[in-house]
Design a binder for this molecule. Structure first.
Ligand code: MG
Length: 391
């Protein structure tokens, strides 16, 4: 399908590359792709994207081969985002680009890693994975002759920056404005955000059950799960457990997604949203579930926090992970000559900038690279240099 045909199918409030705010470094338009397709392609080819394969979502990568990783999570977010985008005639390519990039700045070991690095960086502006995702695509990727980073369009970058403090927003120019003036991002950005939540709420139930950290009995207190699980039991009384669980999760996702499409579509009509400027000027995000489904999803989220993310087996790994991150940081801040040469070359004299180089190095690590690097620095039995090229 030609680019003009794709553009003609978009709803008037969708992001349209014809009205894009463009790239920081001006480039000639691509020949056979759209601008947002080009963004997506650059994201898929970047090193930070490949590292997502070995980064923790909830469970550390080596704990089991079937757990979601940040990579498979990002693919699920992209799939959900694209389906909803097509149904609402939003820009699928932009939604996909944002979804695939949304977690690029995550540290190893998931949220405990990010929390630990944030504590280490407290005196130097902190560490926030969302801002780091933007930093990856704007600065850290080294691939192109004419610019640092990936030089993505404004709209993709706007979508990557999901949230941001006022203090940081002031430093971000055009991209930070919406946080200062309480405006909304494009519907595609809102969608990638909602799809992220739908993806992890559901796949974490799946992973938790498969690995025995959650059980069905507990989940019967969660309405979203219980209603679908019961209905399937009545419809297929002989269905083996694994298939029943999978069907339940499939139905849960479907219920939330259909509700999202229908409710958002209604809102866009009722509020007479005509253009992307109307979207950006709205008082609150326009893409949303009905109160009933949003409430049920919230209950599920709370359930996962209490029963899965706080499970003792997850907590043990989180504590170990935090220790690794903090010890790596202390070793490097005490003696920056321990850093690989390519990172030493980036060091500046300003203490905050020095600390930022260390944070960039640590945040770029995969789970197992961080474990190996920790052994190389702290384990007396680890006498070899390791042979691994630095991340
Ligand atoms: Mg995510």
């Amino acid at each position: 399908m030609s680019r003009a045909a794709v553009t003609a199918m978009l709803a008037p409030y969708a992001a349209n590359e014809v009205n894009s705010r463009g790239r920081t470094h001006v480039e000639p338009p691509p020949l056979y792709r759209g601008e947002y397709q080009r963004d997506r392609d650059r994201i898929i080819h970047c090193a930070a994207f490949r590292r997502l394969e070995y980064k923790t979502q909830v469970f550390v990568n080596h704990e089991g081969d079937l757990f979601r990783t940040r990579l498979t999570h990002s693919l699920e977010v992209a799939q959900l985002g694209r389906s909803v985008a097509r149904a609402l005639r939003l820009n699928e390519d932009l939604t996909e680009a944002i979804a695939l990039a949304h977690d690029l700045g995550h540290t190893p070991f998931g949220h405990s890693g990010q929390h630990a690095l944030n504590e280490c960086m407290r005196e130097h502006g902190g560490f926030e994975h969302n801002l780091q995702s933007l930093r990856v695509v704007d600065v850290l990727e080294e691939r192109y002759a004419e610019f640092p980073g990936l030089n993505l369009t404004f709209e993709t970058r706007e979508g990557i920056l999901k949230h941001c403090s006022r203090e940081n927003a002031k430093k971000l120019g055009e991209l930070g404005e919406r946080f200062l003036h309480n405006k909304q991002p494009s519907l595609e950005a809102q969608l990638a955000n909602v799809a992220d939540e739908i993806a992890y709420n559901n796949h974490d139930v799946d992973d938790g059950l498969r690995y025995g950290l959650l059980d069905i009995e507990q989940l019967m207190d969660v309405e979203l799960f219980a209603s679908e699980y019961d209905a399937l039991g009545k419809r297929y009384p002989q269905l083996p457990l694994r298939r029943r669980v999978h069907e339940t999760i499939r139905h849960m996702i479907n219920r939330v997604v259909v509700d999202l499409i229908e409710h958002s579509s209604e809102r866009l009509t009722t509020l007479k949203i005509k253009t992307i400027d109307d979207v950006r000027g709205a008082k609150q995000p326009l893409l949303a579930n009905t109160e009933e489904i949003a409430g049920q999803a919230q209950t599920l989220k709370q359930f996962l926090r209490e029963n899965l993310y706080d499970h003792y087996r997850v907590r043990r790994m989180s504590r170990k992970a935090a220790r690794i991150i903090k010890q790596l940081y202390s070793a490097f801040i005490e003696d920056t000559r321990l850093l690989p040469t390519q990172y030493q070359e980036k060091l500046a004299t300003d203490p905050a900038l020095r600390a930022r180089v260390i944070a960039d190095y640590i945040a770029g690590m995969t789970d197992r690279y961080a474990i190996h690097e920790h052994a190389r620095l702290f384990d007396p039995a680890e006498l070899t240099w390791g042979g691994e090229p630095p991340v």
